[in-house]
Write a protein that binds this ligand. Sequence first.
Ligand code: UD1
Ligand code: CA
Length: 485
Amino acid sequence: MPEVQGAATSGTGRAEPPQVAAIVLAAGKSTRMKSKTPKALHPVCGRPLLIHILRALESAGVTRRVVIVGHQADAVRAALDAHFGEGVIEYAVQAEQKGTGHAAQMAEPLLGEHAGPCVIVPGDTPLLTADVLSSLLAAHAEKRAGATLLTAVLPDAAAYGRVLRSAGDGSVLGIVEARDATAEQRAVREINTSVYAFDTPGLFRALRDLRPDNAQGELYLTDAVRLLREAGSRVEAVVSPDPDVVLGVNTRVELAEVGEIMRRRILRDLMLSGVSVEDPATTFVEAGVRIGQDTVLLPFTRLTGDTVVGEDCVIGPQANVSDSSLGDRVVARACFADRSTVGDDCRVGPFAHLRPGTNLKSGVRIGNFVETKNATLHENVSAGHLTYLGDAEVGADTNIGAGTITCNYDGYKKHRTAIGANAFVGSHSTLVAPVTIEDGAITAAGSVITQTVPRDSLAIARERQTNKEGWAAERRRSREEASGL
Ligand code: UD1
Ligand code: CA
């Protein structure tokens, strides 16, 4: 084993830390998920399991990530390439699943020449954090170990592999799988998390010596640890401070359990960064959502996807925001917003629906039962009640009266409605697109607007009212006569 693994020397003469590679084991079948979707792609807090792990690796400074694919390999590759971009993640195919050691062997053509250390992680433990990975790598480098295991101490070690230590100095001897263990070994509470750091050349040498001499007839990655130790390598272990990091997902029950832990983690991080969460039990924020200081999240609120919320906002109760960007001081109550942009100081809801392509500039007011789609509303527009604005542009300071409808669809095509600034659209106006209402214009309540309303003019497009004097009284009288009263 080289003294300093893969250390390069920079122009300044100082040794740079060696590049770290990673092997992610994700070829296994996931029968117990009972799903058409591969396990690795089931989402937890908005992201596929595998993406959480790959991002944690990236945050821990890993520069090459090799995913071992097998079962539904094409779907896994397509999803990862779509997320990270093509060529970012490397793949090795394990056509037949002959064990974790066999899976790791598949990475040799890609990483056989890699000089720095190599991390191995399972593909189904999304709670693994960059911090835990970094401390594993730091311990591995510091001790100049051939292998460093991440272990955890569990009250019930169940089916996990047990870590065997020397009775004398407590050093790690190896790992025994639960089903291959003696009763005495099964009593051990320190388990193998399946997260390791290895000296890469040593790893591949040990993998070549694996034999399937175990209860499952598989090539066990865990045996590589014992082989390294026997060959005189240093084997170290880091006990994870948080046993949750080992929780794997095998069923949808575990998927929900892991999701709950991650959801709480996300909320905790937000609260510690200055966001108030009134009721964490009913608040759902997906991984990657960003929220500014002093924003308050009220109960039954769900923020998902690529969503950004500014500072000093009040979001909820019952706000559902996906893939949207909200400015500062926004109040968003009981609403759905999807792929929309909401400027500073806007007030949305309750019972509002912002559909894709909604763009609200600052100070816009969207009230009860208002739906917008592919619509730009400039500064301080107010649409307070019962309105549909689709394929529309509304100029600054315009008021949209209750019950205004843009008739954007003729059964074949969508058409645009353009409304200028400082206009006043009377209640229950029906705007038959394509149509334009120019700056400063007014439409009379109940109008059906089919033609351009010129600047600063009033459009009345409705039947003129006729009053028939005495008609109602006469009708009452004749009814009373007919019924003999
Ligand atoms: C493994 C460890 C065990 C550890 C446990 C932690 C071995 C032999 N045992 O057991 O010590 O306590 O993880 O969760 O390593 N995989 C492949 N190809 C295969 C087999 C598995 O890619 O041929 C992948 C799986 O998709 C999975 C990971 O490797 O992501 C772990 O495999 P799994 O079968 O779950 O291992 P365990 O029996 O849980
Ligand atoms: Ca497992």
